[in-house]
Design a protein around this ligand. Structure first.
Ligand SMILES: Cc1cc2nc3c(=O)[nH]c(=O)nc-3n(C[C@H](O)[C@H](O)[C@H](O)COP(=O)(O)OP(=O)(O)OC[C@H]3O[C@@H](n4cnc5c(N)ncnc54)[C@H](O)[C@@H]3O)c2cc1C
Length: 459
């Protein structure tokens, strides 16, 4: 018989009184979007790997669910308790925040999983190096969370997703044992690359405790610009051309409705077009602005409808536009949000087909499209004026169905960078290859036979 009091006492013995929170837990139990909120027994703040190992072992014995939590910035409800009513604790990693070492010659850094992304970026910078993961939640999200979600962001086009930035991992399994894959090699074909199993596993297979990450040379300088093109095929041609001639590190698109909403709530972005493009290249002393402007001219870009950032301040102003879009969207009303990816060459056809299918069923719908064209990743949100959140929930599933049917028709995916969590779990069985799903389930059962890690998430 499970004795709650005894369990909490034993946990308290492991982490100390100040490492256990049993009251005022709401902020940890509620997700970023305020969509999920379920109670847990306690929020636990371990400060060592040994403590994590002991907590996992104890919780396996008592079959208490564990929700690993980093910065709690998940956009799909993955980092808060589920609604099963069965006993769960939140394992918050924020005290595990030491930088263990930086190896300048090897261009790598080893950190504990609870370090915020900003802390790692800053530490690398003060040592003359660069960690390229760039997402708007970087002040709160943690490296462990970034790895568990295989985070993306605006620099994927040049540096890849988180999985491309991880050299080594240390992971604590549900039975308390520790898998040590913490190495800093760029080449290592000794046996299976087991660390990959945990990258993107959304806290369902193990608790990531340490990571060794790849660093790069700090770019000398950037050149950032905003311009407009008439259609998506021109945007794709421009993308390929910039990729060919420059170190392109970001290429974002914004549709007219998104421009309109942004400009209503914030200082107007200054460029208006069928598609506004915000791009950034890493430059050095050989960079010629004249060459770039000539290149842009080849794509019928109206030079009066072009903003070039000539200093860091202007560069930040352009990026604020991109950062303000989700805020403007929120101010405008509620939306059914999608984080989809498609082969870049299919994006134009997908949008044309899907816009028409959505409007056929929902003539009042407005489609907000912005995102990372360079990675084929769109934030594709269906918004309605004068409708509240409850009404929206009634039609959410139907809207998702229309969007995802077309996404898969054009060989895409319903989750580009935010993961599956609880929000998208029902779509897995429909769209994920069934043999692959069975294989993933076998791995889950092998590593977590008592199903204690993030129960009812993803699987
Ligand atoms: C404003 C904003 C902008 C965002 N922009 C982007 C973006 O551009 N690209 C992008 O990819 N995402 C983005 N996100 C989503 C989110 O920030 C990322 O998914 C991030 O990687 C989550 O990190 P976290 O530490 O907050 O993890 P949490 O939200 O705390 O957890 C996320 C998942 O990881 C698991 N987890 C957390 N830590 C560990 C650990 N140590 N071991 C095992 N499992 C763990 C949790 O159980 C959960 O399943 C954004 C979110 C916000 C709020």
């Amino acid at each position: 018989m499970f004795d709650l009091k005894q369990y909490i006492n034993e946990i308290t013995n492991i982490v100390g009184l100040d490492g256990v929170l049993t009251d005022n837990k709401k902020q940890y139990e509620t997700d970023w979007r305020n969509r999920y909120n379920n109670p847990c027994l306690a929020v636990i703040f371990p400060s060592t790997i040994e403590q994590i190992s002991a907590i996992l072992k104890l919780s396996s014995t008592h079959k208490v669910g564990i929700v690993p939590q980093g910065g709690n910035t998940s956009l799909c409800g993955a980092s808060v308790p589920n609604d099963s009513g069965s006993p769960q604790i939140i394992l918050n990693l924020r005290r595990l925040d030491k930088i263990i070492n930086i190896d300048i010659n090897n261009q790598s850094i080893t950190v504990e999983a609870g370090c915020t992304l900003d802390k790692v970026i800053e530490y690398a910078k003060t040592n003359g190096l660069y960690f390229p993961l760039c997402i708007a939640s970087s002040g709160s999200c943690q490296i462990g969370g970034n790895i568990a979600t295989n985070a993306g962001g605006i620099h994927v086009i040049r540096y890849g997703m988180m999985q491309n930035l991880v050299l080594g991992l240390e992971v604590c399994l549900p039975d308390g044992s520790i898998v040590n894959q913490l190495q800093s090699l760029r080449k290592n074909n000794t046996f299976f690359d087991l660390k990959q199993l945990f990258i993107g596993s959304e806290g369902t297979l193990g608790v990531i405790t340490k990571a060794t990450l790849k660093l790069y040379q700090q770019p000398e300088s950037y050149f950032t610009a905003m311009c407009g093109v008439n259609d998506l095929s021109t945007a794709c041609l421009l993308l390929n051309s910039l990729n060919k001639y420059y170190n392109l590190c970001a290429f974002e698109i914004i549709n007219p409705l998104t421009q309109e909403i942004h400009n209503k709530h914030f200082h107007p972005m200054g460029v208006t077009a069928s598609w506004v493009i915000l791009f950034e290249i890493e430059t050095n002393s050989e960079f010629s602005l004249e060459d770039l402007v000539n290149k842009l001219g080849e794509f019928a870009i109206n030079l009066d409808n072009l903003i070039l950032a000539s200093n860091e301040n202007e560069r930040q102003n352009l990026w604020h536009v991109r950062e303000n879009i989700p805020l403007a969207e929120k101010m405008e009303g509620v939306a059914v949000k999608h984080d989809i990816s498609l082969p870049i060459s299919n994006i134009g056809d997908f949008i044309k087909t899907n816009e028409s299918n959505i409007l056929k069923h929902f003539p009042d719908a407005q489609i907000i499209i912005f995102g990372h064209l360079g990675d084929g990743n769109l934030h594709y949100n269906i918004q309605f004026k004068n409708i509240d959140y409850n009404k929206l929930q009634n039609i959410e599933s139907m809207i998702n169905n229309i969007v995802y049917t077309d996404v898969y028709k054009y060989n895409g995916s319903f989750s580009a960078e935010h993961g599956v969590g609880v929000l998208k779990k029902d779509w897995l069985s429909k769209y994920y290859d069934s043999r692959s799903y069975q294989l993933a389930l076998s791995l889950k059962k092998l590593l977590d036979p008592n199903n204690i890690l993030n129960p009812k998430k993803v699987f």
